[in-house]
Design a binder for this molecule. Structure first.
Ligand code: HEC
Length: 279
């Protein structure tokens, strides 16, 4: 009788221990599987096809870097908005996100006028007054709205595009061509900063002479590094415009992950508490 009484709890204990070990193993497996899925998602994201035959360069894009975004905004309104609009973006929203006051933006970043000829209001969309007909007449193509281009083309494309202009006498309209976007109707608007590049030709094969690289023929006002930084800032700003809420989303996302993590610990502890006497 006595022996029986002692044997039973011992057996129960052993079974319970095995069950916990199995559970722990399952838990470790679950965590590993989750990590593998997350890692593969990241990999797929970074390995997305570029869709261009030219090797694209990747700038450092950091939407948390307000100074870079401010420089990019300045360059964008100065050099790009003469032709392009950014018609989904408001000046006031840009001021808020880039850490600028509305007065700053009014004084330094608004160069356009509205339909009545008044300076554009800070609450207005970042459009310009170039008409579709004029754009077509001047360039053959209307300069597109650039607000979402960082999504449609990708940041690497834009960055490399702005660095890949070269002199091409056969292009009678603009005198320049582009490795990333051959035959582009856009002139090299940053040519005086970058300088003017000429193609360095490779070996002729099958009647085609490939362009191997580009070399500066006439230096511009910036060094190669300065120009690369300048263009990276513009690209960063365009990436911000294409997804203005990204920073906020990431910040909230971190809190949500932290909350879920704490909740996981809590629910696991609760589950252990509920099941501790049950076999
Ligand atoms: C003189 C007018 C003009 C200016 C200034 C200008 N662009 Fe353009 N841009 C064009 C035209 C025209 C096109 C259309 C080219 C085509 O499709 O052949 C274009 C096309 C583009 C494209 C390709 C868009 C797409 O999805 O096809 C990008 C990116 C671009 N411009 C960026 C810029 C940036 C950045 C600046 C300022 C540094 C700028 N542009 C300044 C006229 C201009």
């Amino acid at each position: 009788m006595n022996r029986n009484n002692r044997a039973v709890p011992l057996k129960v204990k052993a079974v319970a221990k095995r069950a916990t070990q199995n559970e722990n193993k399952r838990f470790v497996l679950l965590v590993t599987a989750t990590l593998v899925v997350v890692a593969s998602m990241l990999f797929v994201n970074s390995a997305k096809a570029a869709g261009s035959s030219v090797a694209l360069e990747s700038p450092i894009i950091d939407q948390g870097n307000q100074k870079s975004l401010q420089r990019g905004a300045q360059a964008f309104v100065n050099h790009c908005m003469g032709c392009h609009s950014a018609g989904y973006q408001r000046y006031s929203r840009m001021a808020q996100d880039l850490g600028l006051s509305e007065d700053d933006v009014r004084a330094n970043l608004i160069f356009t006028t509205d339909a009545a000829g008044e300076p554009t209001k800070v609450g207005a969309l970042m459009t310009n007054t170039m008409s579709t007909e004029y754009g077509k007449q001047a360039f053959g193509v209307v300069p597109p709205n650039l607000a979402l281009t960082a999504r449609s083309r990708g940041v690497d494309w834009i960055y490399t595009y702005l660095k890949s202009y070269y002199l091409d006498p056969e292009k009678t309209t603009t005198g320049v061509n582009n490795l990333v976007y051959p035959g582009t109707a856009m002139p090299h608007v940053l040519g005086d900063l970058q300088g003017w590049q000429v193609p360095v030709l490779g070996e002729e094969a099958n009647g085609v002479t490939p362009i191997e690289s580009l070399a500066i023929e006439t230096p511009g006002t910036m060094s190669a590094d300065e120009y690369a930084d300048y263009v990276a800032d513009i690209t960063n700003f365009m990436a911000y415009m294409a997804d203005p809420i990204k920073q906020t989303r990431h910040r909230i996302g971190m809190w949500v992950m932290l909350f879920l993590f704490l909740l996981l610990g809590l629910t696991y502890a609760l589950k252990k508490e509920y099941w501790k006497d049950v076999v």
